[in-house]
Design a protein around this ligand. Structure first.
Ligand code: TXA
Ligand code: MG
Length: 344
């Protein structure tokens, strides 16, 4: 199949492709999505094939209007309504009990459905133009870092899907916060740009799934979002994170990187604007500024992809603030590192 990389001017054709039960990759404010008609099993199945994704990993249904929630959700609890009104359109996915009409092909056989109203004009245009609600995972090959540019999507999906809508680089750079609203207390299944504190300011107490909150590999707990159990976001080489006193972190990273370089491996270092000038082994990249967590989130996946392109064997990275957005950043970095974390 020939893959067209087009600007948003091709939105009419994109809508037609969705209605013809084929796939279109499109920009959202978090990461690029790989979209299909959410109410059609055959279309959803094509997503799994293109990504090489396990079929028990459910998709998020993207909507453009509040009324579309009722097309897919059996009921919307009061607390869910409140957070939807507070944070939609935006980087928040809400888990609700599903209606019969939502195919198992979209929800991985679950009785619940994940719903999100993206704020990106490109995503909204595709949903409106197609006249459908759109099932979309991140538009990467399963196991690779999520795409934050149309070029990343092309790297993974060339020849596998008919169209990629290029809306430029995304703004946020990590996937939406997922919150399960089907239980007594709202539970965060995947940390993201909308933080626990932000949710609590609207609905009171919110819990975090233990499988996504720790620094250790969650071996004894089963992640409630099926997708969170897979090795994810991962570059091909081995990434090691180092945390602790900032001076010691720089020294430790330099020491480990130098050792591997002497052994003949291809080595990379991920530092910050504040420290990058102090590294002196391998290929060094700044992920952003410690004063600006948004910049770190925005650069994370493109740096991990660059590590792959450079065919690095070993990568060493500073670790990040575990408050607010830092929680989401560390969650993705720990997964990318297979939970390799050294404390100095
Ligand atoms: O920001 C985002 O959410 C992006 C953009 C494209 O919208 N999408 C995205 O989709 O990250 P994906 O498929 O890569 O991640 C969806 C996550 C998976 O971990 C999946 O297991 C979980 O959502 N999920 C989907 N439906 C669920 C459900 N009914 N219950 C629990 N978890 C669910
Ligand atoms: Mg994904």
């Amino acid at each position: 199949m020939k893959t067209k990389l087009v600007t948003m001017e091709a939105i009419k054709e994109a809508g037609e492709i969705i209605r013809a039960r084929e796939l279109v990759a499109f920009p959202t404010e978090t990461v690029y999505g790989l979209g299909a008609d959410a109410m059609n099993s055959e279309a959803a199945a094509k997503i799994y094939a293109a990504k090489g994704r396990p079929s028990d990993n459910p998709l998020i249904v993207h909507i453009a209007d509040m009324e579309q929630v009722d097309m897919v959700a059996k009921e919307v609890p009061e607390a869910a309504r409140k957070i939807m009104e507070a944070f939609w359109p935006g980087p928040l996915t809400v888990i609700l009990n599903k209606k019969e009409c939502v195919p198992d092909g979209t929800t991985g056989g679950l009785k619940t459905v994940a719903v999100r109203m993206p704020s990106h004009p490109g995503a909204q245009a595709l949903i409106r133009e197609s006249g459908r609600v759109i099932a979309a995972p991140s538009a990467n090959t399963s196991g690779r870092p999520s795409p934050t540019t149309a070029q990343h999507v092309l790297e993974d999906m060339d020849g596998k899907i008919p169209m990629i809508l290029d809306g430029g680089p995304v703004g946020i750079g990590i996937e939406s916060t997922i919150v399960d609203m089907t239980g007594e207390v709202p539970m965060i299944l995947r940390p993201g740009y909308i933080t626990k504190a932000m949710l609590e300011s609207v609905v009171g107490t919110v819990q975090v799934d233990p499988a996504v909150s720790g620094k250790q590999m969650p071996e004894h707990v089963v992640a409630k979002a099926p997708g969170m159990k897979y090795r994810h976001y991962a570059p091909k080489g081995q990434l090691t994170l180092v945390e602790g006193d900032p001076e010691k972190v720089v020294d430790k990273i330099n020491q480990m990187a130098l050792e591997k370089e002497k052994e003949g491996y291809r080595v990379g270092i991920i530092g910050t604007d504040e420290t990058i000038g102090r590294y002196h082994a391998g290929i060094c990249r700044s992920i952003g500024s410690r004063k600006d967590p948004d910049s770190v989130a925005a650069n994370l996946y493109s740096i991990l992809r660059e590590c792959d392109a450079l065919e690095l064997d070993y990568m060493y990275s500073e670790s990040f603030f575990e408050q607010g957005l830092g929680n989401a950043i560390m969650n993705r970095m720990l997964k990318a590192a297979g939970y390799h974390l050294i404390t100095v």
